[in-house]
Design a protein. Sequence first.
Length: 338
Amino acid sequence: MSQPSVIISAFADEAANRRTALEQMTALAAIGIRHYSPRFIDVTGEGRVEHVTELSDEKLELLNRMHAEYGVSVTSIGSRLGKVKLLNIEDGSHNRFVPFAEYLSGEVARTIHAAKTLNTKLIRGFSFYHPRGTAPEQHLDKAADQIREITRICADEGLVYGVEIEPNLIGETGPLLAELAKRVNHPSMVLIYDAGNVAAQNKNAIQVFAEYKATLPWLGWMHVKDYRIDPSLVWEGAVDEERLKNFVPCDEGDSGHEMIFRDLREQIPLMEPRLRQLGLPGFYLETEPHLKGGGQFGGFSGPDGMGVAVRSLCSALQYAGIGYNLRTFRDIRELRGF
């Protein structure tokens, strides 16, 4: 019986000091990763960092040429979809509200265009901010309606929409995210689990594992970061994202990745038929380590931090009995046409 395996991917902007495309491609190649999700990037190296959904067609095509040169494929578009207010209510936050029809014709359309141009089937998104002081459960129906419409538009273009678990959003827990998936009820919507985003809510490994299990029927791929709980912080029911500074490699925090990966080993063969039906090549584990800091719209690890994070991930996968592929000498020769 063959060993279950995953595809290792990364948010390469975390590995680039200046976020240039050249730095990002070089870091991926040196670490041995073939797949990444573009997010913030300076394509030309002229000092202008843009979100991938804001790139001109010329820059998207230049990025495609760099992918071919470096032997890199795009896993997903690391979009910000769903990181806006669900309701136009002033709640003291700096989160913006965009009327939904305008959102669909603007940011959603640009994200879909980027995905199709960069030859990926996956878009990463989120579950909307509910008004501060209200419970996320109060807003499940409206959030599900909007996510369903985004998913439908993506599906019409042959794309899959993944909704990530994240603090302070309506889908901030495994059960809440699962409830959204039930209500959306669309085969092209999947869930993205991130154990570090749950541990950052002052939850221990047992709680993190239970929330992972809640997402399994809809799980599409997984982000890998870990978090060490600060016992001096008083939990007040919301995460101050500007204070999140305790991210660590995946085998050093409170997220319990060992437990998750042991279970994932048994789940991968069960998920693969569903993933193939969606047109995906397998199950992605995407490193987003935040080892030098993280916040609302991204994080940073540096090239050294990304290397540490990937080596920790590989070690954890080996221990759990999950296979993975990094670049080999044969890959290098094929890329260069030897």
